[in-house]
Ligand binder design. Structure first.
Ligand SMILES: Cc1ncc(COP(=O)(O)O)c(C=O)c1O
Length: 424
């Protein structure tokens, strides 16, 4: 067993207790592995509501789809780990050929390293001195650890270099210049001239090595297929120009990285046209949200609205009707602490009552969300009653995973076969 598989397997030894909401109170004291081996059912396994559930079949499907996509299009893959922060899913992504895992901030990098992830791409600037000192020690301790992060300013490069010099680090830290996605976009140097200045600063920094360029097309202002492709072409041209100038002279491979879960079709098109460079190129896709997909935001923006293919929403949130105080109103026992609300509210997909399971009527809507309640607007003739369960589709994955430290994974017939641990 490799080190990642071994450390992930050790998660089965963790004890179930009050830290893990939704799990059966009578499972207290069992290990996660023991509970998984009991193969409890969602229907009568003693789970409490609200309960977030992952679909085993949807996860398998989505993992396979992006594995296939990246292989078919010659892309290396470092799925964004901040989506799930679930090392069990990282392990599955690596088993399916991912080059490494992407993260956004130093503590996520530490989670990756705690689970032995050998290659990490930090798609962000890193100028925190304590985090840099830790990173330097980690690099020096493990010659096989591959790490790359963004730089987008001369000052940032200088700050990094000063800390690394003072720490006496032996290995250099690999960096890529981040090209901003356009005027008013998030991080990233705004112009090619700015990027060249940052690259020159890296060239002069003793403890850094420039290995490529990167950015995030998901931040292209007023994104549409043409604007996104135009920005991706700028990124590829920037890499070629920096290469011509000798900026990657020390790199063993040149990293060109972009790509979330909304535009991997455009990334595949444009990266497909990357020409030969002075070292082998690593065209690196970083989609993360694909792993669970969703029922609203990503369902609307996935490339599979433009090209053939399909991802499956893997989350269902089960909540119970706890109050039906007026004819058009019902309240569920899930709120902001259980469901994401930053890119749209949950949507009812099914109702489970003593009469059985029925699809939720389109008029049954979530009209609001409080800390611990979902507000339901109920059509006049609907039979929804206190005690009924409502299954909700969610939008979107990142702010779902961060509310649930241990998530049951169920088969289509509701047998829980595994539990996914998250580390935010
Ligand atoms: C820099 C960067 N790369 C990749 C991703 C992954 O995108 P997605 O969540 O759409 O899969 C994100 C998401 O926010 C990101 O910020």
């Amino acid at each position: 067993m490799d080190v990642v598989a071994e450390r992930v397997a050790a998660l089965r030894e963790e004890r179930i207790d009050h830290r893990f909401k939704g799990l059966p109170p009578d499972a207290e004291g069992l290990t996660v592995g023991e509970l998984a081996d009991q193969r409890r059912t969602l229907a009568d396994g003693g789970f409490t509501t609200p309960l977030l559930v992952l679909s085993a079949a949807a996860l398998d499907h989505n993992l396979a789809v992006l594995e296939g996509w990246t292989t078919e299009h010659g892309l290396a893959f470092a799925p964004h780990g901040k989506t799930s922060m679930a090392p069990q899913l990282f392990a599955r992504q690596l088993e399916r050929g991912a080059w490494g895992i992407t993260v956004a901030v130093p503590h996520q990098l530490r989670v990756c390293r705690a689970f032995g992830i050998p290659r990490v791409f930090l798609a962000n600037e890193l100028v925190d001195p304590a985090a840099l000192r830790w990173l330097a020690a980690e690099l020096d301790a493990d010659p096989d650890f591959a790490f790359v992060c963004y730089v987008d300013s001369v000052r940032g490069v200088q700050l990094m270099n000063e800390v690394l010099l003072a720490a006496g680090t032996r290995r250099r830290v690999d960096v890529v210049v981040e090209l901003g996605a356009g005027p008013g976009a998030r991080t990233g140097a705004r112009t090619e001239a700015d990027c060249a200045a940052v690259a020159a600063a890296v060239g002069a920094a003793d403890r850094l090595r420039l290995v490529g360029v990167a950015g995030y097309e998901g931040e292209v202002p007023d994104a549409d297929p043409e604007r996104v492709r135009a920005w991706l072409r700028r990124l590829v041209a920037l890499a070629a120009e920096l290469d011509r100038s000798g900026a990657f002279a020390d790199a063993e491979r040149i990293v060109i990285s972009a790509g979330g879960s909304a535009w991997f079709d455009a990334v595949a098109d444009v990266f497909g046209g990357i020409g030969a460079m002075s070292a082998p190129v690593l065209p690196l896709l970083r989609s993360g949200a694909y792993v669970t997909h969703d029922d609203a935001h990503y369902a609307r923006v996935t490339p599979f609205t433009r090209v053939p293919g399909r991802l499956e929403p893997a989350f269902r949130l089960w909540a119970q009707v706890v109050s039906r105080p007026a004819p058009g109103q019902a309240f569920l026992n899930a709120g902001k602490r259980d469901a994401p609300y930053d890119l749209g509210l949950p949507t009812p997909v099914a109702v489970h009552s003593p009469a059985g399971l029925r699809p939720a009527p389109p008029e049954l809507r979530v009209s609001g969300i409080s800390d611990q309640h979902l507000w339901l607007s109920v059509p006049p003739d609907d039979a929804l009653e206190v005690g009924d369960l409502v299954a909700l589709g969610l939008s979107h994955p990142c702010t779902t995973f961060d509310k649930w430290p241990l998530i049951p994974v169920a088969t289509p017939d509701g047998i829980v076969t595994d539990y996914v641990r998250t580390f935010f």
